[in-house]
Design a protein around this ligand. Sequence first.
Ligand code: TPP
Length: 324
Amino acid sequence: MITEDLKDFKRFTPKTLPKEEPLVSGHRACQGCGEVLALRMVAKAIGSPMIAVSATGCMEIISSPYPQTAWAVPWIHVAFENAAAVASGVEAGLKTLMAKGRIPEKKIAVVAFAGDGGTADIGLQSLSGAMERGHDFLYVCLDNEAYMNTGIQRSSATPFGAMTTTSPAGKITAGQTTWKKNLPAIMAAHDVPYVATASPAYYLDLMNKAKKAAMIKGPAYLHVYSPCPTGWRHGTDLAIEVSRLVVETNIFPLFEVIEGKYVVRKNNKPKPVEEYLKQQRRFSHLTPELIQTIQTRVDAEYARLLKMEGMTESTPTKTETKEE
Ligand SMILES: Cc1ncc(C[n+]2csc(CCOP(=O)(O)OP(=O)(O)O)c2C)c(N)n1
């Protein structure tokens, strides 16, 4: 039971943030990158002992230009498609070493990091397998809504209407023509103990979720919204503002699924989606009609999320997300 796993869980406050930095300065992320900020928060919240498994993607590229590294914890770079499979192997190996008495029995957080391309598209089957087998690990999807490090190509997590190099806006199409794949729902359908969404603008909420997810026995999934000024074409000073607006508009609601029960951070007075869209040039071609189409979809999705919460009869526990 989660309550047992979290009996020693202490919520971070601004005064009790950990000093340890598993991801140190000197990496080579773009100016204003929201993804590396989110990654740092997750790593800091979890701390040592941790083994990080990184799929190919922006965060791997910027943190490990040979012979240097920005990682101060054990870290493995794996292929684009198999972060969850490698994390499964690391976890199984640790279990065996502990069973043989070769290393002391204690919880070592095994954390896989991947982008939305590595998660929603090419790594989905290895992720599904690891979740289904019940490995004790945390999978963190750092969602910058496209294949960024290879030149801003669309993924199945790119939002409707967004312009990328492979979903251009022009006479025939107005950017991405499909709706964003709902990864948290796919993960929740695996009946794992813990699934959550987080945004770096709500840093305490994000760090508390990361800590909880790492402490829980069994598979956990954290979906982290990760602004990309380079690909989204917004100001390099706007990552946090964009991360806040995406939640305030209900485009990216914050919620947890704790042992199948949805707990949603409520926002009954959402801002219009236009406020979020207008800050990013990837959406600059959208007509009022398309913005209305997005608004209708966002309202329907949020209503569906609240319905899920009602259907799963969520009972707030002391681990529940509070206003942070
Ligand atoms: C099998 C395979 N196909 C394609 C690539 C090239 N590739 C490396 S990273 C990447 C995009 C990664 O996108 P995402 O997972 O969204 O992470 P981001 O770079 O946006 O952080 C691609 C296409 C690869 N390394 N391996």
